[in-house]
Design a protein around this ligand. Structure first.
Ligand code: ATP
Ligand SMILES: Nc1nc2c(ncn2[C@@H]2O[C@H](COP(=O)(O)O)[C@@H](O)[C@H]2O)c(=O)[nH]1
Length: 195
């Protein structure tokens, strides 16, 4: 494993980031996924401390002011952030570490930790993205519209990432991601589209 142990996975809402990460962690438990803090309400089945740390706005403000977040951003009406300490500890221990965060967060990590590998997860088509987001059935139509609007912005920023993986097959994306996390020398600085 080289020094680049921090990998960031971003992409438009509904592209399949959480699905890919869940499969990656099932198949490769040695990979550590940062648990974010959010002001969003839990969806049915989401567990505090597992999927997110669910906090109110006041607590989120406190974390920001105390400098406890490595990065944070507002996304579609809620705030999300990565607790700094656990990430730094895992990296110091040499553990391959994954952040699943939005574009703004990825940009902040690019600035503060330029050695991180930034991976953009893209949908096979825009129509498929809409289908997945609606098919998940977790948000009302007005929230879906906000997420799709943000998705247009995220899609336009693909070139800022080290490479793009197209999420046609979750298994294929996972295979490629784990290879990148364990042999990052294979990544060039030119943006590539793969899978
Ligand atoms: N390769 C795939 N083919 C078909 N459906 C998929 C694929 N990957 C994920 N999905 C489905 O797409 C939907 C959205 O996936 P997921 O919740 O993982 O997206 P996400 O990128 O994490 O979204 P968000 O950013 O809103 O949290 C889910 O219903 C999931 O089962
Ligand atoms: N900048 C950050 N973005 C984050 C973080 N945790 C999650 N996210 C991103 O937010 C959106 C919406 O997530 P959802 O769970 O409400 O669907 C998605 O793009 C996530 O990747 C974070 O810590 N920082």
């Amino acid at each position: 494993m080289s020094e680049r142990r921090l990998t960031v996975l971003s992409g438009p809402s509904g592209v399949g980031k959480s699905t890919v990460v869940a499969e990656l962690r099932r198949a490769h438990p040695a990979v550590w996924l940062s648990v974010s803090v959010t002001t969003r309400r839990p969806r049915p089945g989401e567990v505090n401390g597992v999927h997110y740390y669910f906090v109110d706005g006041e607590e989120f403000d406190r974390l920001v002011t105390a400098g406890e977040l490595l990065e944070w951003a507002e996304f579609a009406g809620n705030r999300y952030g990565t607790p700094r300490e656990p990430v730094l500890k895992k990296l110091a221990d040499g553990v391959p570490t994954l952040l699943e965060i939005d574009l703004e967060g990825a940009r902040q990590v690019r600035r503060s930790m330029p050695e991180a590998l930034l991976v953009f997860l893209a949908p096979p088509t825009w129509e498929e993205l809409e289908k997945r987001l609606r098919g998940r059935g977790t948000e009302p139509e007005d929230v879906i519209a906000r997420r799709l609007e943000a998705g247009r912005v995220e899609m336009a920023a693909e070139q800022e990432f080290d490479l793009t993986l197209v999420n046609t097959s979750v298994q294929d994306v996972c295979r490629r991601l784990i290879a990148l996390m364990t042999d990052p020398q294979g990544v060039t600085t030119t943006t590539n589209r793969e899978v």
